[in-house]
Design a protein around this ligand. Sequence first.
Ligand code: G3P
Length: 220
Amino acid sequence: MKFFIDTADVPTIRELAATGLVDGVTTNPSLVAKTGRKFIDVVAEICAVVKGPVSAEVAALDHETMLAEGRRLARIAPNVVVKVPLTPDGLKTCKALSVAGTAVNVTLCFSAAQAILAAKAGAAYVSPFVGRLDDVGSDGMQLIADICEIYDQYPDFATEVLVASVRHPIHVVQAAKLGADVATLPPAVLKQMFAHPLTDKGLAAFVADWKSTGQSILEG
Ligand code: G3P
């Protein structure tokens, strides 16, 4: 399972990339707005920090402008993945960019039917939003199960399932059990995944017991 991080904050990306656990980055207009910085500069910086796929989202809603924006974003770096919304114009843009060799992430997916369309449009990734579905009383993870099951029936679908709108480590575990290809994690969720009180307690005991031996591994 690949881990992307869902943020446009470059210092945070740098910090988490240093763990060696980050395979890529996803951004969206809301995350970019939070930085208060110029979008193109932010994407260029992220692409220099993380060599894996970096999703950058178009802003337009019509096909022609989306295509122009997608081509502009793709020129920033070879690892840019152009993100388009799951609309008729978005999927038309997805098809055009994919055929031309640009990887596309189709975002704002909330149904299995939409995910089928994204695969048929040649998307490299489809992003179902599990947290936002949970928020409205639907079962976000059931959507992941449905999409994985459907895509498994069709080996010619090359689209990877990118679990988005992840809210906590349990979402990650559930997505992993279902065989989802990627989870894009808010930085806080990646940090939460490390945490367990028994790890802290056990480590404190090991540190104390080791100290009592008076030994040093490096100076022994
Ligand atoms: O980047 C898309 C997605 O991960 C957004 O998540 O938390 O705004 O629902 P959220």
